[in-house]
Design a protein around this ligand. Structure first.
Ligand SMILES: [Mg+2]
Length: 241
């Protein structure tokens, strides 16, 4: 589930349009410098190159390796009887939505069917298909955690109605033996990802777990504490507040 990179740019462009139309009796307000904005078409080309060159995969692998090393080392220091936990986001952390992003030309299609050949591909339909591919470096962290006796919780902004499809997708991708799958329920409707996810981590701690690591692709996956260390994966493709 994601929102388009272009939202912030669009806001700036709209603001710019207002500035040009404004009547300025004394002094013209400083306009937004459109020429300073990146060109959306150029940015999309750069995003494709970043993905297709292998640089994206290398960046994912570098951060995941740090996370895996920390999880293993930290778990070994905890006294017997401790309940260490790892929290993972799902989209662009554990599973990749690349086919959806690509066929939509990095737009976010919030409803409707998913045509992966020609597009558009609606996000809920895509998620219900359960075909997202594994992000292999994260699966490696997951397996390192399990081998070290660390419980793994997925905390995702996907809605509760996608539970079965998401669980099937995780299993198909190789994630077996997780302790919990937290999806966004009606009670969290309207909350930002940062608020909702921090509250869910607090609930995990309240069960007696020590969250030794939290890994996600958005700053909003990691904000708000309730983890000893955070690990931020690259995602220049979209932004979730
Ligand atoms: Mg994500």
């Amino acid at each position: 589930m994601f929102r388009p990179l272009s939202a912030a740019l669009l806001s700036l462009l709209l603001l710019s349009g207002c500035a040009h139309q404004a009547v300025a009796p004394v002094a013209a307000p400083a306009p937004v410098a459109v020429m300073d904005l990146p060109n959306l078409g150029v940015v999309k080309t750069q995003l494709l190159a970043y993905h297709d060159s292998g640089a994206y995969d290398r960046d994912l692998a570098r951060v995941a390796a740090e996370a895996g090393a920390w999880v293993t080392a930290r778990a070994a220091t905890l006294p017997a009887g401790s309940r260490p936990a790892l929290v993972l986001d799902i989209d662009e952390t554990s599973l990749s939505n690349w086919p959806q992003m690509k066929v939509n030309d990095f737009g976010y299609i919030k409803a409707g069917g998913c045509d992966l050949e020609r597009g558009p591909c609606g996000a809920p339909a895509w998620e219900m298909m359960g075909q997202a591919a594994v992000i292999a470096p994260t699966l490696a962290v997951f397996r390192q955690a399990r081998a070290a006796g660390v419980a793994v919780f997925f905390v995702t902004g996907r809605p509760e109605g996608e539970r079965d499809a998401t669980a099937r997708n995780l299993a198909a991708a190789g994630y077996e033996g997780w302790a919990g799958l937290v999806l966004k329920g009606a009670g969290a409707h309207g909350q930002s990802a940062a608020t909702y996810k921090a509250a869910e981590r607090a609930k995990i701690e309240a069960q007696g777990y020590i969250i030794i690591a939290n890994m996600g692709d958005q700053d909003s996956d990691l904000a708000g504490g309730h983890a000893e260390r955070t690990f931020k994966l690259a995602n220049p493709f979209y932004f979730i507040p």
